[in-house]
Design a protein. Structure first.
Length: 156
């Protein structure tokens, strides 16, 4: 048992255990492609949210690193509780484990986002209301009167 006071050891170890458990769930969901875009877990960058395929790929790429973050967090919590460490060393193990697992989760998100950026963005269907798809530019057909041929040709 650690020599650090329980009021310091237990909350930090509990935080590491919860972070590790959440990372395990996220890694398993990424491997099995069971995460959905509606959930809070997973890579939710704009590139990953562009399509279901991009979201699945981003989380599949992030899954091994997320599993590593889970391992670091859970192992740090176990070491903090069960190793006979002095108080300062126990706190250092906890803080390094927390920082390491958070850094791994950040790397997992960055790599997942990079992978999602490689997936082509699906084309949007044109809306049936308004423009008929004449490709007249950013202004659209709003300022053009169909009865005035000079305005329609851009010579107004």
């Amino acid at each position: 048992m650690s020599e650090a006071p329980l009021w310091l050891t237990i909350p930090l170890a509990l935080l590491l255990a919860v972070l590790g458990a959440a990372s395990v769930v996220m890694a398993r969901g990424g491997y099995g492609a069971s995460l959905t875009r509606k959930n809070r877990m997973g890579v939710h960058s704009p590139a990953a949210m562009a399509s279901e395929e991009a979201f699945t790929l981003a989380n599949r790429v992030a899954a091994p690193i997320t599993a590593g973050a889970a391992l670091v967090a859970i192992l740090s919590a176990i070491l903090m509780i069960f190793l006979p460490l002095p108080a300062a060393a126990g706190v250092v193990v906890g803080v390094v484990g927390l920082a390491g697992s958070m850094a791994l989760l950040l790397v997992a998100g960055v790599l997942g986002d990079r992978a999602a950026r490689q997936v082509p963005i699906p084309a949007r269907k044109p809306s049936s209301a308004g423009c008929s798809g004449c490709a007249c530019g950013g202004g659209g057909c709003a300022g053009i009167s169909r009865s005035d041929p000079a305005a329609a040709s851009g010579q107004a």
